[in-house]
Design a protein around this ligand. Structure first.
Ligand code: ATP
Ligand code: MG
Length: 258
């Protein structure tokens, strides 16, 4: 693995991570450094643990019964499983965008202002500013600026997904987790989200699950290949797709299985 950016600029670090759903082990000894201001793609066949891994990074798995996790995950060196870690604050710092666009059944404005309001911001001018900045950040401002009172549910799927990205930006996260953010979208919306991801990495650290290997190649700096709970290979995207070190990675990226 090329050590150019590897040594420094680690935003999140995962060490010896095991995760069990009841008796079933879904993640096996995962070790991985996630780089700041970079896009990291997680690829692998269905059921290999990509979403499970992603949800571990902001402790969304805490919401599921019967989950047992061992090992360490740090955010800027802080242990996210530490009992002093405020989980609400963690999820503010590590935001998430899901596969199906899931705007709240309320206006565009209220969708974006929701998080900041929960975190105590009441000032109208301040909220207006956050709403505009977040919608601009998600490349949807021009499409909705004249209709901020309109229900977000009346937008197209691609627009809804950008609203969800804006909603994630509104709480000023440091890391953005995206679970197959474009799999429900048409090609034009997909291109918009991919372009947006390029923009986002200037300010944020992005981790994205994708089934689309061309997408991983197009947008990501680093790629991790998962297979039945193991992280088989991790490295710079160009490297991994050009010279995979593991036969299983090679078979997967050349379409021989999965
Ligand atoms: N809440 C849960 N309870 C029990 N088992 C689960 C739960 N969620 C996921 N699993 C199991 O853990 C394994 C990993 O699932 P996960 O959803 O992380 O896979 P994935 O790589 O995201 O797959 P896909 O590409 O289909 O989204 C699977 O075997 C799945 O059945
Ligand atoms: Mg998944």
């Amino acid at each position: 693995m090329d050590n150019k950016h590897m040594a420094d600029e680690v935003k999140m670090s995962v060490k010896n991570l095991d995760l069990y759903y009841g008796q079933k082990q879904a993640l096996k000894n995962i070790n991985m450094d996630i780089h700041r201001n970079a896009i990291t793609a997680l690829i692998g066949p269905s059921g290999c643990g990509k979403s499970t891994f992603l949800k571990t990074l902001n402790r969304m798995n805490d919401l599921i019964d019967n989950v047992r996790i061992t090992g360490q995950v740090t955010l800027d060196g802080e242990d996210i499983f530490d009992r002093n870690m405020d989980v609400t604050m963690l999820r503010k710092r590590v935001g998430m965008v899901f596969q199906q666009p899931n705007p709240f059944p309320m206006s565009v404005y209220d969708n974006i202002a929701y998080g900041p309001r929960v975190h105590g911001i009441k000032n109208k001018a301040k909220l207006d500013e956050i709403v505009e900045e977040s919608l601009r950040g998600a490349a949807i401002w021009d499409e909705v600026k004249d209709n901020l009172k309109k229900s977000a549910l009346r937008l197209s799927g691609g627009q809804q997904q950008r609203i969800c990205i804006a909603r994630a930006l509104a709480t000023k996260p440091e890391v953005i987790l995206m679970d197959e953010p474009t799999s429900a979208l048409d090609p034009i919306s997909t291109t918009k989200i991919e372009d947006l991801m390029e923009e986002l990495k200037r300010q944020y650290t992005v981790v994205v699950v994708t089934h689309n290997m061309q997408q991983a190649v197009r947008v990501s700096d680093y790629t991790a290949f998962f297979l039945v709970g193991d992280m088989v290979e991790y490295g710079e995207t160009k490297e991994l797709f050009t010279y995979p070190k593991d036969k299983r990675t090679e078979d997967y990226i050349t379409g021989r299985f999965g």
